[in-house]
Design a protein around this ligand. Sequence first.
Ligand code: MG
Length: 160
Amino acid sequence: MSVATGIGWDSHRLVEGRPLILGGVRIEHDRGPAGHSDADVLTHAVIDALLGAAGLGDIGEHFPDDDPRWKDADSLTLLGDVCSRLEAEGWVVSNVDTSVLLERPKLRPHREAMRAGLAGAIGLPPQRINVKATTGEGMGFVGRQEGVGALAVATLVRSR
Ligand code: MG
């Protein structure tokens, strides 16, 4: 097998008094996702997509949320760790596509910074990472601003 694809999905509850961090970028907002790590839902979805493509389980298995080592962990560091693991297993990341589901604030002004954050951690040019953003149009947990979600698809190719 020379090419493999994986998907990732994550969601976190939005609460007051937490920073909103997406793709390693801190975005000014009156609330942020609750979670054990920095709760970077976008980076978590990317990690699950990469692990999925490589057949290496999921983020909860590698970074359990009851392990004090990952308390307030920088998710881009976790993403870097996962990429080192993929490299050791003979995989190269070809590209990653993502969608963030958030009612507000608008993410477009932060899109390039999020791409750059993810690309830096993965070790790819930003052109190989795509970050899209959409709202819930007032519907469901996203639309009611109860939470933030993210989807990712990753494609890996064999390096050997
Ligand atoms: Mg998560």
